[in-house]
Design a binder for this molecule. Structure first.
Ligand code: ZN
Length: 506
């Protein structure tokens, strides 16, 4: 059976950390580390299929539509999206719509936390440009990331949206499938659909947001149970390192019964506020985390995982903070660490060759945020071209391209070693394949340090004895009350039960 609807579909994903000291350029969308490179037209169907990404799920569940692929762009989270990149990708989508002929609807795979050099809400600006082209009546449905900082302006421009319900985001493809069903509902429902949008009054830290832990697990269970009352109910926890008015938690509900939609949204908002004190950041001092991991590892038969959330490239940090490596060296504690972003160091290892001794300065690109570079001496043990396929539940099916990679072994004495895996294209470590493809099975190591905040849990927690969240320098500040915001909306609080935002007086 096929539905006689011609649907244009596109993707434009970026999570913007407005505190990151580097911008996101068009080239970052052309060659992202572990995402699909910028793609236009029919090739989207091939390049984006079979992966845990929303557009993949949308194509699968929307196969009964006549699907017209427009453009797809995605880049590793980072600083402000350059206006050039935003305009070029937006123009590509708009050109696709113009050349698509008569359309009955549109689907967009978006993030919800994109900030450009000119616009605090990249998604709202994109939807404005689309509406200017297609008019107010063409149905538009989007999917968004659980970290979307969603604005009322954006919600006004779309008919409906649906949002990931897991963190780690193991349901990205599933969300795309839900978006296809939602679009079908929007196209076929004869009654008017009412939208309700609400924002919570505090910003939760990133490490408090896992849906594998409380309060996320219970909140999302409650949310899913409400799905039967309305067409759709969704919630985003927001992305804290974004100095924009709409930073924080939001809710979107739509249904044909206005009162029921309003009641459902208010119920979830009350649930969020009554869970506020449970949004714990779990962060412990870097030295303490390392010493505790070492102590635990003595009696554990599985690895202890230390997360380095503040240097998580998946939240826009650089991934080259030497904070935890310098502490591991200081305490002489063996560990497997990765991925450390340093293209020059990786290149030097490739030039030196396997089994060669090498002395390197690693890191130091952002001394103000991450500290100075660190001199290390070790043996180059393994090299790779950084190309492999991810197998874990979060990045499933993604063909990574992390550029030249190298593993260097630093002798700590007493036959123990610190193993540092270097890479050339920024990427968070949320998949064991980053280590496995270059010769290390994480299961064989007692302590593993990953540059990730929460996504690593999907692939690493099942093989671990314990997980610790360490506080070390980086550009993804976890403690919300320490972030120097200037543009938040009035009344929002900095962290659970935190102080209210006050604009800086000039
Ligand atoms: Zn996210």
């Amino acid at each position: 059976m096929s539905l006689n609807y011609r649907i244009g579909f596109a993707g434009f994903q970026h999570e913007t950390n407005t505190f990151a000291p580097f911008s996101t350029q068009f080239k970052d969308f052309e060659s992202p580390g572990n995402m699909v490179p910028f793609t236009v037209g029919d090739s989207i169907k091939k390049e984006c299929s079979g992966q845990n990404i929303p557009i993949s799920g949308f194509m699968e569940a929307g196969s009964e539509f006549d699907l017209i692929p427009l453009s797809y762009a995605s880049a590793e989270p980072g600083g402000l999206v350059s206006q050039d990149a935003f305009d070029r990708i937006s123009d590509s989508i708009l050109n696709g719509i113009e050349n698509a002929g008569k359309l009955d609807g549109l689907y967009f795979d978006l993030h919800g936390a994109m900030v450009t050099e000119m616009y605090d809400d990249g998604e709202e600006e994109l939807m404005k440009r689309v509406r200017d082209l297609v008019g107010p009546d063409l149905p538009i449905v989007t999917s968004l990331d659980l970290h979307g900082n969603i604005s009322p302006g954006f919600i006004n421009l779309v008919n409906a949206t649906t949002i990931y319900r897991t963190y780690p985001h193991v349901d990205m493809a599933e969300t795309g499938k839900r978006a296809a069903i939602l679009l079908k509902t929007v196209l076929t429902t004869t009654k008017p659909i009412f939208k309700v949008f609400k924002q919570a009054n505090f910003i939760p830290p990133v490490t408090s947001q896992s849906t594998m832990r409380e309060p996320g697990r219970t909140l999302y269970n409650k949310l899913e149970a409400l799905d039967t009352n309305v067409i759709s109910v969704d919630m985003a926890f927001g992305f804290a390192p974004a100095d924009i008015p709409n930073c924080g938690i939001s809710l979107f509900v739509c249904g044909t019964d206005k009162n029921e939609a309003e009641k459902t949204a208010q119920f979830m908002l009350d649930e969020i506020h009554s869970s506020e004190s449970l949004f714990d950041d779990h962060l412990i001092d870097g030295d303490q985390a390392i010493l505790k991991a070492h102590e635990l590892s003595k009696s554990a038969n599985k690895p202890i995982i230390i997360a380095d959330p503040q240097d998580n490239p998946g939240a826009g940090a650089s991934g080259d903070s030497t904070g935890l490596i310098s502490k591991l060296l200081k305490h002489k504690i063996p560990a497997l660490v990765g991925m450390f972003w340093d293209p020059d160091a990786a290149e030097a290892c490739h030039n030196a060759g396997v089994d060669q001794k090498i002395t390197l300065d690693i890191g130091g690109r952002f001394p103000k945020e991450n500290g100075p570079s660190l001199k290390i001496t070790g043996i180059v043990k393994n090299l790779s071209d950084g190309r492999f396929t991810c197998k874990g539940p979060y990045s499933f099916g993604v063909n990574a391209n992390l550029g030249k990679m190298a593993a260097i072994h630093v002798n700590l004495g007493l036959e123990s070693e610190l193993i540092i895996v270097l890479g050339s294209n920024r990427a968070q470590n949320a998949d064991q394949a980053i280590f496995k493809h270059i010769g290390y099975d994480p299961k064989d190591h007692s302590i593993i340090v990953v540059k990730s905040a929460i996504h690593f849990l999907a692939d690493y927690e099942p093989i671990s004895h314990a997980v610790l969240f360490a506080e070390a320098p980086g550009q993804n500040p976890v403690k919300v009350d320490k972030i120097s915001y200037t543009k938040l909306r009035l009344g929002v609080r900095l962290g659970p039960n935190g102080k209210e935002f006050k604009p800086v007086q000039t």
